[in-house]
Design a protein around this ligand. Structure first.
Ligand SMILES: Nc1ncnc2c1ncn2[C@@H]1O[C@H](COP(=O)(O)OP(=O)(O)OP(=O)(O)O)[C@@H](O)[C@H]1O
Length: 251
């Protein structure tokens, strides 16, 4: 479904150029949930943003369903297949647009019919119910806002969701609810996920395989069972696992 080959992503120009991603390669199969983990600044979000067409300065190949993507443009067909959910639901919803306006606009942009019915269905799908339809972002909690952002992403009926730390801006008490919702939606809609998280337990819960990133490079691609068992091939992976378990790796 998604193939990334020899991906370099950079910001700015020499001598101030930042090489955020270097030679990244991975494949995500249809129906799979694939995680990107690594410390802050390792390039995880940059990969997602380059796929979504939000960063024009990259080279290499990104293919969706075998079709190479252009460097910057993303057409309507792309957004029909691929949608992104951002980290911060406070920043990603326009404060003066009601839930209805957000969803109706997205559905219209995608050329969908039966807008009323679809909005009701989307609200049901994300567990909000129809009573939320005419609310504004300031009337919603962080978790409810993220449910709206997920409904907006689902409006196009995509097959691949790019999830950029979808719960890290939320209270701990609602993080699990949103993760469970995403897991349910994936099985109900047969979705494929590419999910960024700095939290290994989130990826351990949500993903089948993952890539471990350090300083812009993928150091290892592993099965989630190996993550859970602490079986990293690379030293860095073992350190990351040990750090997340709350103790230091033996030297
Ligand atoms: N717009 C930008 N301009 C310049 N440098 C950037 C920009 N966005 C990201 N970077 C740099 O690219 C590198 C990778 O950042 P990125 O946000 O992808 O890391 P990350 O692994 O997702 O970390 P985090 O979890 O903190 O978001 C970092 O060095 C960051 O400072």
């Amino acid at each position: 479904m998604l193939t990334v080959q020899d991906l370099d992503v950079w910001f700015g120009h020499a001598p101030d150029r930042v090489d955020a991603v270097k030679g990244a390669e991975f494949r995500v199969a249809q129906g799979e949930s694939f995680g990107l983990v690594g410390e802050s600044g390792s390039g995880k979000s940059t990969i997602l943003r380059a796929i979504a067409g939000l960063i024009p300065s990259w080279s290499g190949q990104i293919k969706v369903d075998g079709k190479p993507l252009a460097t910057d443009r993303r057409d309507r067909a792309f957004f029909k297949t691929v949608q992104m959910v951002f980290q911060d639901p406070y920043a990603s919803l326009h404060p003066r647009h009601s839930v209805d306006a957000v969803l109706a606009e997205t559905l219209r942009l995608q050329g969908m019919d039966r807008i009323d019915q679809r909005i009701a269905q989307l609200l049901d799908d994300v567990g909000l119910g129809r009573g939320f339809r005419f609310r504004y972002p300031h009337q919603l909690s962080g978790g409810q806002r993220q449910r709206v952002a997920i409904a907006r992403a689902l409006a196009a009926e995509p097959r691949l969701l790019l999830l950029d730390e979808p719960t890290s801006a939320l209270d701990v008490s609602v993080q699990a609810e949103i993760l469970n919702l995403l897991a349910d939606l994936r099985s109900e809609h047969g979705l494929t996920y590419l999910m960024v998280s700095h939290d290994l337990s989130v990826v351990g819960h949500m993903c089948d395989r993952l890539a471990v990133m350090q300083h812009g490079r993928i150091v290892e691609v592993m099965e989630v069972d190996d993550l859970r068992a602490g079986r990293g091939q690379q030293n860095y992976t073992r350190q990351l696992i040990a750090a997340s378990a709350g103790y230091s790796a033996p030297a």
